[in-house]
Design a protein around this ligand. Structure first.
Ligand code: ZN
Length: 281
């Protein structure tokens, strides 16, 4: 199952990924679910059971009408240094706890967004984003996937000057300018993947591939992230987790490279889809 936020309304996405169709959930469920995209997470098990029985064709739509599939998560977790090669390029040894910060919710935007570049050096970080379906505290690793609603594509856009120049790092602020958290195009449930733990992940700027890896190369894989985060924090339905980026960020290149006005960033995860993010000055 795929769910999306189409012009602020919860939809099921049907049809071939290249020609997706949308079924309006509020209309198809007679008002039991929707129209708010967050309503799917109020009763995720009930929503999944209902969605499995829906027999509706859907209608075509315009991608630019898609918003972030989870527009108002209760909590956003973001993980730093979670791929070995990226830990090396960033100069951090892996820690016993995943490096955890937040991206404030006002930075969320959809899969076809134009982002205004603030002052500083804006960098790319393609990431697998995990969406919580059933919350919990102290979730064991071996049942972690049962708590996951699905996966989507994310960009953890980062302004490196404010992030790194002070005496203490400012991850959360430097990664939360308006539009700095593109997500989408939809949430795909784990059962849709042959192996949801091993997906190709990449991003390209103006067609040049800058990051390319597989999600199986994470230091803390998805079940481990759920277990270690929920060992401390209670996870809520509809929370999202940016699970870290592979190597290839602009700040670690020689010479360093950052996003310029007019450039187009494409972020792709196998079996999910892609984000197209444009930048203005
Ligand atoms: Zn990141």
């Amino acid at each position: 199952m795929r769910i999306a936020n189409l012009a602020g309304r919860l939809v099921l996405v049907t049809g071939h990924p290249a020609e997706p169709l949308a079924v309006d959930v509020a209309e198809a469920s007679g008002g039991r679910f929707g129209p708010d995209p967050m309503s799917a997470f109020a009763d995720w098990a009930g929503f999944r059971a209902w969605a499995a029985e829906v027999d509706a064709q859907g209608v075509g739509f315009t991608r630019t009408d898609l918003g972030p599939p989870v527009p108002r998560p209760g909590q956003i977790f973001a993980i730093g240094i979670n791929y070995r090669e990226h830990a090396d390029e960033a100069g951090y040894p892996p820690d016993s706890l995943p490096v955890t910060f937040t991206k404030f919710a006002s930075s969320l935007t959809g899969p076809e967004a134009t982002v205004e570049l603030p002052e500083g050096n804006v960098d790319w970080e393609v990431e697998l984003v995990v969406v919580i379906g059933t919350g919990g505290h102290r979730i064991p690793r071996d049942t972690a996937w049962e708590h996951i609603a699905g996966l989507t594509v994310g960009q953890d856009l980062s302004e490196r000057v404010a992030q790194l120049d002070g005496q203490r790092p400012q991850f959360s602020l430097a990664k939360s300018h308006p539009g700095f958290s593109p997500t989408g195009p939809w949430v795909v449930t784990p059962d849709e993947f042959a192996d949801p733990a091993d997906l190709a992940i990449s991003c390209a700027l103006d067609g040049e591939t800058l990051q390319s890896s597989r999600t199986s190369r994470m230091i803390y894989d998805v079940p481990e992230l759920i277990a270690r985060l929920s060992a401390v924090v209670t996870l809520w339905p509809g929370d999202i987790i940016f699970s870290g980026t592979p190597s290839g960020i602009g700040n670690a290149r020689t010479p360093k490279r950052f996003i310029r006005p007019g450039e187009v960033l494409t972020s792709t995860i196998e079996g999910v889809g892609e984000l197209t993010t444009r930048f203005s000055g």
